[in-house]
Design a protein around this ligand. Structure first.
Ligand SMILES: [Fe+2]
Ligand SMILES: [Fe+2]
Length: 370
């Protein structure tokens, strides 16, 4: 995505208080160099200057995300409870148990990384507006899965065990440890040199393409597989919204990566490409172990082998989005996921203005498109 500042706005040059004459100083505070150049997006600091706006595309993403507001209260789980009670096979029930146990912590991990790493190091106020909105959406996802588990698991001891899955279920713990490893890899220091910046980029790429873009996309595949069998429509309805949010989160991160590539192309050398590919392969392996556990009892219509192909296909897509060669060469065996993008888009545009007004008081003007 091309990100250019096409909205030049004259900015008065501030003067030092009490200085004799007008002494120019950098228009941005920490992070700007002494010549007054605007910082690059990974230069350390907390740039506050919105005009001229360096990355208007991030502001547009923020505005688009606001249009996509939904609430957990809109989702009706009553059909799901009937399905869980009467329709699911034991192997499908096991799949659902594992899936919701993963959901219990996945978005909280992403939210923590957003605060601890992304918000700190992506130095543009318009990008931080988007991240603020994303943080809200991650909280909404956490609320959705919290409500889902409370509905799905009436037994309190079982519910407690599901929320503790990250401690107790090895295939979920392994995925969480993968996340924690890359979360901790950034360190606490400002991004002063190329080594620091590459470490942060690995974190950003990990959370966008391995966690939101692979772990969550695998989870969506299980949900839409069940929906294709007429099961758990409440879960699928909420997932439509989460799917859309996660796609936007990933696209934002990819756009940040494009900006960094433009500003500091030397960071993206061959070794970096190899490290990214190795990390994505590691994520595929972790997700595959989870698939073996989740599908271990033999779910009719969804094989472990097909799931492996799907994970490899998604991983190749992520590599291509990062400008790297595909690694696996697998095709997508899940037709129900091919349709998903189109269906989701139509669902989105079919929604009425009233849907966006849930929880909104006062005068609100919507764009003409809506
Ligand atoms: Fe999320
Ligand atoms: Fe997300």
């Amino acid at each position: 995505m091309a990100i250019t500042d096409d909205t030049p706005v004259p900015v008065p040059v501030p003067v030092e208080a009490g200085a004799a004459g007008a002494t120019p100083r950098p228009e941005t505070a920490p992070g700007a160099d002494p010549l007054g150049r605007r910082p690059n997006i990974l230069d350390p600091g907390f740039d506050l200057t919105l005009r001229p706006m360096r990355y208007p595309a991030f502001y547009e993403m923020y505005r688009d995300a606001i249009k996509n507001t939904w609430t957990v209260d809109e989702i009706d789980f009553s059909d799901d409870l009937v399905d869980l009670d009467r329709k699911l096979l034991p192997a499908e029930r096991h799949l659902v148990n594992r899936l919701v146990a993963f959901f219990a912590t996945g978005d909280s991990i992403v939210a923590n990384n957003l605060v601890l790493n992304l918000y700190r190091h992506i130095n543009a106020p318009e990008a931080r507006m988007y991240l603020s909105r994303q943080l809200y959406e991650e909280a909404l996802h956490v609320q959705f899965y919290l409500t889902l588990l409370d509905n799905y698991i009436p037994d309190l001891a079982e519910r407690e065990a599901a929320f503790a899955a990250v401690e107790n279920i090895p295939s979920i713990r392994a995925k969480a440890e993968f996340c924690f490893k890359w979360m901790a890899a950034v360190g606490d220091e400002p991004l002063r040199d190329a080594t620091d910046r590459r470490r942060f980029l690995m974190n950003l790429i990990c959370f966008a393409t391995c966690i939101e873009g692979l772990f969550f996309f695998a989870a969506f595949a299980y949900v839409y597989f069940l929906r294709s069998k007429g099961l758990l429509n409440g879960l699928a309805a909420g997932t439509n919204w989460v799917f859309r949010d996660e796609s936007m989160h990933m696209n934002f991160a990819l756009a940040v990566i494009d900006v960094v590539r433009r500003e500091e192309p030397e960071l993206f050398d061959a070794e970096m490409g190899e490290r990214i590919t190795a990390m994505i392969c590691e994520a595929v392996d972790a997700e595959y172990q989870f698939a073996c556990d989740l599908l271990g009892q033999g779910v009719p219509g969804m094989s472990v082998a097909d799931t492996r192909s799907y994970l490899e296909y998604v991983a190749d897509q992520r590599l291509a989005q990062l400008g790297l060669p595909k690694h696996f060469g697998s095709s997508n065996p899940f037709a129900f996921m091919e349709l998903q993008d189109v269906q989701e888009l139509s669902n989105f545009f079919e929604r009425t203005v009233s849907a966006y007004q849930v929880g909104v008081d006062g005068d609100v003007t919507f764009d003409e498109d809506f």
